[in-house]
Write a protein that binds this ligand. Structure first.
Ligand code: NDP
Ligand code: 8X3
Length: 252
């Protein structure tokens, strides 16, 4: 019987790459996101790995939608072994006095509240089985702050605190809790952050080699393939050309 991994935000970027990597590692997958066409496309693609796939289409900010989606999972899909809390975004890059309330709400509701809502629904079954692994996708922005990153950085700092808190609370239940904290990864992240402005998004990765989604998927695969007595608390993974949230080197 294959293990089951649930990956949120699997319609793009890090989540999609992680779903593919875990399929190659022999997991059956539950993939989530709001864009159902992309979920179906990924499901078809994963068939090549002889993986069974369930798709759950919901907005992670909506508690009722999440509850309904989880309730509709067939019984054989409810024993989730690995939960990758990846769905998230940055919206805007403005000084605090110019930030949009709508951007702040979207980031806080998705990156913090969405992660909490879903985890609360998945954790009880892991507790019953005294088995499971939760991997929260944090960021270098969870460890440092940078100009105009204020609220996004706050959400990822919250992910760090939630990860540490979860790890303590779930200790008696043999549930591993990890985080992976990337620097710049070229995905749809910057297009989303700049509200669809492709030129601004491209500029983020100009004249340096960023990380790619597969690099983060590799790290997640490493975490989930450690022996039962080993938990990787966190992996901070940066492009070679990026020393910190603010220092990077561009070959002009
Ligand atoms: P992408 O924009 O490529 O992917 C984001 C994913 O999150 C999509 O699948 C999207 O699915 C999902 N998502 C966003 N909002 C919601 C929502 N309300 N409900 C459900 N799903 C949602 O970006 P990345 O792959 O780069 O981002 C993945 C994670 O990695 C995020 O948490 C991000 O903060 C983090 N990260 C990214 C870094 C980077 O430089 N790219 C660096 C460090 C961390 P859909 O739109 O279909 O709902
Ligand atoms: C994404 C990385 O540096 O853009 O979390 O905040 S950064």
């Amino acid at each position: 019987m294959k293990k089951i991994a649930m990956v949120t935000g699997a319609t793009s970027g890090i989540g999609k790459a992680t779903a593919k990597k875990l399929a190659q590692s022999g997991y059956n997958l539950i993939i989530t996101g709001r864009r159902n066409d992309r979920l179906q496309e990924l499901k078809d693609n994963l068939k090549n790995h002889a993986t069974e796939v369930e798709t759950l289409c919901f907005d992670i900010r909506e508690t009722i939608a999440i509850e309904n989606a989880i309730k509709q999972l067939p019984a054989e899909w409810t024993n989730i072994d690995v939960l990758v809390n990846n769905a998230g975004l940055a919206a805007g890059a403005d000084p605090i006095y110019n930030g949009l309330w709508s951007d702040w709400e979207q980031m806080i509701d998705t990156n913090i509240k969405g992660l909490l809502y879903l985890s609360k629904l998945i954790i009880p079954k892991m507790m019953e089985r005294k088995q499971g692994h939760i991997i929260n996708v944090s960021s270098i922005a969870g460890k440092e702050t940078y100009a105009n990153g204020n609220v996004y950085c706050a959400t990822k700092h919250a992910v760090e605190a939630i990860t540490k808190g979860m790890r303590i609370d779930l200790l008696p239940y043999n549930i591993k809790v990890s985080s992976v904290s990337p620097g710049m990864v070229e995905t749809e992240f910057s297009i989303v952050r700049y509200h669809g402005d492709k030129a601004k998004a491209d500029n983020v990765y100009k004249c340096l080699t960023p990380l790619f989604a597969d690099d983060i998927a590799d790290a997640i695969e490493f975490m989930v393939t450690r022996p039962p007595h080993v938990n990787i608390n966190d992996i901070l993974i940066m492009p070679t050309a990026q020393a910190s949230a603010v220092y990077n080197h561009r070959e002009e």
